[in-house]
Write a protein that binds this ligand. Structure first.
Ligand SMILES: Cc1ncc(CO)c(N)n1
Ligand SMILES: Cc1ncsc1CCO
Length: 219
């Protein structure tokens, strides 16, 4: 079994099932998701992508071959572009400006997820960092494809779905899976990789759940 398949088997199979039947996800395609919840999601995702991009530069810095350095550095730059283009466009359609994103600040789940990613990428090994960022790519690709197949009556949701359900994003994810499967991991390190992968997978579910409930800091 490949390393990526092993990670998915142990850390993501059950959670992925919960994700695709979460009311935030089903609501994107059956028309029941409120624009308020989606607005919260895009605002929080803007904060998330800023941290994610910086985490990817840490993965790039830890990479042991040039091709991987170049790939993760490119993805870091692309994540900023997605934040600038996709989000700015969607936010405008939802009646928000970049200033509203800054004013909203990052919510509890966003902050926790960003902090975990940043910590692992800053202090873990190269393999640990790859395992921590992999669910971000992989789950969005699979959810994107699933949503594309289901289609949506809402043009705003369709635009978001088209980005992650695209052939281009699929190719990006396949290249990261190839890097994952080529990693040379020690026994103890392997267990830490499983732990990181399972944790960030959980945070992916929590991120959608926070948006669905429009979770705010309790105090
Ligand atoms: C929370 C989250 N995870 C993954 C992605 C895709 O990179 C994203 N945009 N947001
Ligand atoms: C993973 C990811 N998500 C949004 S942009 C990006 C980097 C590759 O396009």
């Amino acid at each position: 079994m490949t390393f990526s398949a092993e990670l998915w088997d142990r850390g993501a199979v059950k959670v992925y099932d919960e994700i695709v039947r979460h009311p935030f996800i089903t609501g994107l395609t059956d028309g029941t998701l409120s624009h308020d919840a989606f607005r919260y999601f895009i605002v929080q995702d803007s904060h998330y992508l800023r941290a994610y991009s910086r985490a990817l530069t840490l993965v790039a810095a830890r990479a042991t071959d040039e091709a991987a350095v170049s790939m993760f550095a490119r993805h870091a730059a692309d994540a900023i572009e997605v934040e600038r283009e996709l989000h700015t466009g969607l936010l405008a359609q939802l009646g928000l400006t970049p200033a509203d994103v800054d004013a909203a600040g990052s919510g509890p789940t966003t902050t926790a997820y960003m902090s975990y990613l940043t910590a692992v990428c800053a202090t873990g090994t190269y393999a640990e960092a790859v395992a921590a960022v992999l669910p971000c790519y992989w789950i969005y690709r699979d959810v994107g494809k699933e949503l594309l197949a289901r289609s949506s009556p809402d043009p705003v949701y369709r635009e978001w779905i088209a980005t992650y359900g695209s052939e281009e994003f699929d190719a990006v994810v396949e290249s990261v899976l190839a890097v994952t499967d080529g990693l040379d991991v020690g026994t103890a390190e392997r267990e830490r990789c499983h732990q990181h992968f399972a944790t960030t997978t959980r945070y992916e579910w929590m991120f959608w759940d926070a948006a669905y409930r429009q979770l705010e800091w309790p105090v």
